[in-house]
Design a protein around this ligand. Structure first.
Ligand code: NAD
Length: 478
């Protein structure tokens, strides 16, 4: 049985309750974990609170060294961790490994920034006085993480929080706690003082709620669905907690008639089908200029049909199962709704057949055409391997339709005309725009959404600011 890690030690829940984590490809039990309670959260908050003053006062270079050391220890175990992540999450092992590498890159990025945090000297109108802005950590932070990228999205919170001198409690998604627990254990083995980094497992409605309520938790870093995010914002508001929300998306991709077609086709296929379409920044709406529509669609159908669907542990697999039965049911319902409203299935549109698929939540890579703009798959977030494709006459139409969404996370434009690219980058209502590029989050760049896709930014040096409070200090001299 895997255990929670609190105050430097592994623990079961005080309630003694556990639950099973199952492999979405086979239905087999991977392991059991503690079903945490409010009392477990309170113990973790007390430990993180007690650890805070010493960690805050630890020299930034020492904090950095411990994080670098932790990254090194995790790198030694990356193959076994990747297999564990695939078993609990479903994605191909190569994707799990890439995710853990990205986690390590992020951890080292923030470790490197720990000693670069600085404030300001401010001249004041009275020459005998001056001001200082000092930046201080907040205290106990909670990182609430979803199941689609359970390790990188933990890293986008743990890295800046600890580098800036905060302590942290991680709450993984109920269905993906195992690799996260192992990683927190290993980071602690690098020499973190007890209580600096903790993990409590269990349902969002219990463990998550207690983190939102507890007055000693000063900062919530939440990644998840927009609906949950709105609730998190309300609860955090009651206690005036600092907050970032990384929520749902419905990213549009625009391909102009002068684009490098093969690269754009690959961009669309990877963008929609990576992690079985379960990515916030996945391409969820594809807008093609009329002149290239037929050629583009033909190439994309070929690519989608060649993707090998299967158990993520098999080397040939490019598309694992959906993460849960509910996820698959949702994408099936969205596709059925699109077809009912006149949409045409160009590829997939059903489950794969055969004994190897009988126990997992598999679904074929799916392409749809002639889907009306009011179909669910266009208006809602679609979190699975199905992509509606639209024909547009020019950039104005493409941008207008791209912007006609409640979401505003990412977006992309493919064109050789830099003027067009720049116009689109300025006009697209999104936190991120990629020009002739895959939708990828870089540690070096701020990442986040506008509209219903969230508040605040993760990644980039910008993320550190959300873990620091600027304090104004005025000094009178003479
Ligand atoms: P979710 O909202 O169901 O759960 C996210 C986390 O919140 C989980 O740990 C869950 O246990 C917890 N939670 C649930 N109810 C809670 C409550 N009442 N109080 C506190 N915590 C609670 O989301 P999910 O299904 O795990 O993740 C998929 C969603 O995440 C998608 O919408 C996706 O777009 C979004 N996402 C966004 C980004 C981004 O950076 N914008 C990145 C990845 C995923």
């Amino acid at each position: 049985m895997a255990l929670m890690f609190v105050n430097g030690e592994s623990f079961p829940s005080k309630s003694g309750q556990t639950y099973e984590v199952k492999n979405p490809a086979t239905g087999e039990v991977v392991d059991t974990v503690p079903k945490g309670t409010a009392e477990d959260v309170q113990a973790a908050v007390a430990a993180a609170d007690a650890a805070f003053p010493a960690w805050r006062d630890t020299a930034p270079e020492t904090r950095a060294r411990l994080l670098f050391k932790g990254a090194e220890l995790i790198r030694e175990k990356i193959d076994e961790l990747a297999v564990l992540e695939t078993k609990e999450q479903g994605k191909p092992v190569a994707e799990s490994k890439r995710e853990i590498e990205h986690f390590l890159h992020g951890l080292e990025f923030y470790a490197g920034l720990a000693s670069k945090i600085r404030g300001a000297y401010v001249p004041l109108p009275d020459h005998k006085m001056y001001g200082m802005v000092i930046k201080q950590p907040l205290g106990v932070c909670a990182g609430i993480v979803p199941w689609n990228f359970p390790i990188t999205l933990m890293g986008t919170k743990v890295g800046p929080a600890l580098a800036a001198g905060n302590t942290m409690i991680v709450k993984p998604a109920s269905t993906t706690p195992l690799t996260a627990i192992r990683i927190i254990e290993v980071l602690n083995q690098a020499g973190l003082s007890k209580g600096v980094l903790n993990i409590v497992t269990g349902p969002g409605s219990v463990v998550g709620e207690e983190l939102l309520r507890h007055p000693r938790v000063r900062r919530i870093a939440f990644t998840g669905e927009t609906g949950t995010g709105k609730h998190v914002a309300e609860c955090a508001g009651r206690e005036m907690k600092r907050l970032t929300l990384e929520l749902g998306g419905s990213d549009p991709m625009i391909v102009c008639d002068d684009a490098a077609l093969d690269a754009a086709v690959t961009g669309a296929a990877v963008g929609r089908f990576y992690n079985c379409g379960q990515a916030c920044l996945a391409i969820k709406r594809l807008y093609l200029f009329e002149a290239i529509y037929d050629q583009f669609v033909e190439k994309l159908i070929g690519k989608a049909q060649r993707l090998k669907v299967g158990n993520g542990l098999d080397k040939e697999t490019r598309l694992g199962p959906l993460h849960t039965a509910a996820q698959r049911q949702e994408i099936e319902e969205q596709v059925a709704d699109a077809v009912k409203r006149g949409g045409k299935v160009l590829a997939g549109g059903k489950r794969p057949e055969g004994a190897e698929y009988a126990k997992g939540f598999f679904y074929l890579p799916t392409l749809l055409a002639e889907v009306p703009d009011d179909a669910r798959i266009v208006c809602e977030e679609s979190f699975g391997p199905a992509l509606p494709i639209f024909k547009v006459k020019d950039l104005d139409e493409a941008v207008a339709r791209a912007n006609s969404s409640i979401f505003g996370l990412g977006s992309s434009i493919w064109t050789r005309d830099l003027g067009k690219a720049r116009a689109a980058a300025e006009r697209l209502e999104a936190g991120n725009v990629w020009i002739n590029s895959l939708h990828i989050g870089y540690d070096e760049m701020p990442f986040g959404g506008v509209k219903s896709s969230g508040i605040g930014r993760e990644h980039g040096p910008e993320a550190l600011e959300y873990y620091l409070e600027p304090k104004g200090v005025v000094v009178a001299t003479g």
